[in-house]
Design a protein around this ligand. Structure first.
Ligand SMILES: [Zn+2]
Length: 340
């Protein structure tokens, strides 16, 4: 059981075959016309974001490592080093990584690596202080830490804990690292994002955020350690159209995470790196062909162990570079700017 990805739906399996021609024909814009959310205008180029969530991940580096669920922000040296080197590589390729920081990172003895990333121009967003589940409706569902130490939130409602977790991260980034928040990503990805949770949308608007990254659409996955079939790859690509930006009725912008994440691949599917790279290439190419958004979601505490040579990050940068102007690297702020 993991609260870190409480609703990552990648264990869902589908056997439905989808034709390549069929999903390419349905544009990302058209896909949103009937959802009730306001769609986006057509883009002149694809926007490809590389995002890294700065937290520890259960099951990495060793499968038995689940204590991270209680100390998400206690980053180890390998995770910090991977975060920094990934940023250097993406900047060299002409872009920036959009990082999302768990607030407890700011309690560590040294945060100079984080301040350096921000000085290099990489935006740092808010990922809550303790990695809390913002859709929780009872306090025991908020985070493992509070199950073990409930006195930390005694007398508080879930809404108060969530609001405080967001506020403390904003404050910590500013006080400890001199960093201004650049957007909000929910711990865990939700199949419908924040649809139907206007209270949480409003909480984020009240906290000063104009966009959130919370949606991760359900998609097929392989059985653990089994190579993905053609149908699995096709379904992951087909779900890209369900992971395009839109605006909630409250005015909050949603910038979903695009499948497949490193956790979906390496925890849920227990994939080989080559399978992950194949899926990423197909999805980025779909975004380029459709002038759409691809928001790559990974965790240095997971990806760093499965992809130590930065092949995923380098692959994405090279696909953009070789797109002959059809795609650009973008931060989530830049993507939000194009949502009208
Ligand atoms: Zn997270």
């Amino acid at each position: 059981m993991s609260i870190s990805r409480p609703s990552l739906p990648s264990q869902v399996t589908f056997n439905r075959a989808l034709s390549r021609r069929g999903f390419l024909a349905s544009s990302a814009v058209a896909a949103l016309c009937c959802t009730g959310a306001r769609p986006i205008k057509e883009r002149s180029t694809a926007q490809i974001a590389i995002t890294l969530d700065l937290e520890m991940s259960a099951n990495f580096p060793a499968w038995e490592d689940t204590h991270w669920n209680f100390e998400k922000g206690n980053l180890n040296d390998a995770t910090k080093a991977y975060s920094v080197e990934a940023g250097r590589r993406v900047k060299q390729a002409g872009g920036y990584i959009h990082y999302f920081c768990v607030g407890r990172v700011l309690e560590q003895p040294d945060v100079s690596w984080l301040t350096e990333l921000a000085k290099d121009g990489h935006p740092i967003g808010n990922h809550t202080y303790d990695h809390v589940n913002v859709l929780a409706t009872q306090t025991q569902d908020l985070q493992f830490r509070f199950q073990r130490a409930p006195w930390l939130i005694e007398g508080m409602t879930t809404e108060q804990v969530i609001r405080e977790n967001v506020r403390l991260t904003t404050m910590g980034l500013k006080h400890r690292a001199g960093i201004d928040n650049r957007g909000f990503r929910t711990p865990g990805g939700f199949s419908d994002g924040l649809t139907g949770r206007e209270d949480i949308q409003q909480l984020l608007l009240d906290a000063g955020f104009r966009w959130v990254s919370s949606k991760y659409p359900p998609h097929a996955n392989s059985e653990a350690m089994k190579e993905p079939s053609a149908d699995v790859y096709a379904d992951i690509v087909a779900k890209q159209k369900d992971a395009q930006p839109f605006i909630y009725p409250t005015g909050l912008i949603e910038i979903p995470m695009n499948p497949i994440s490193d956790i979906g691949a390496f925890r849920t599917g227990r994939w080989e790196l080559e399978w992950f790279l194949e899926a990423i290439e197909r999805c980025v190419n779909w975004a380029i062909e459709n002038k759409a958004v691809f928001d790559f979601l990974a965790h240095p505490s997971c990806l760093g162990y499965r992809d130590p040579d930065f092949r995923a990050v380098e692959l994405i940068c090279s696909l953009v570079k070789n797109s002959q102007g059809k795609a650009q690297l973008a931060t989530l702020d830049e993507i939000a700017d194009t949502v009208v």
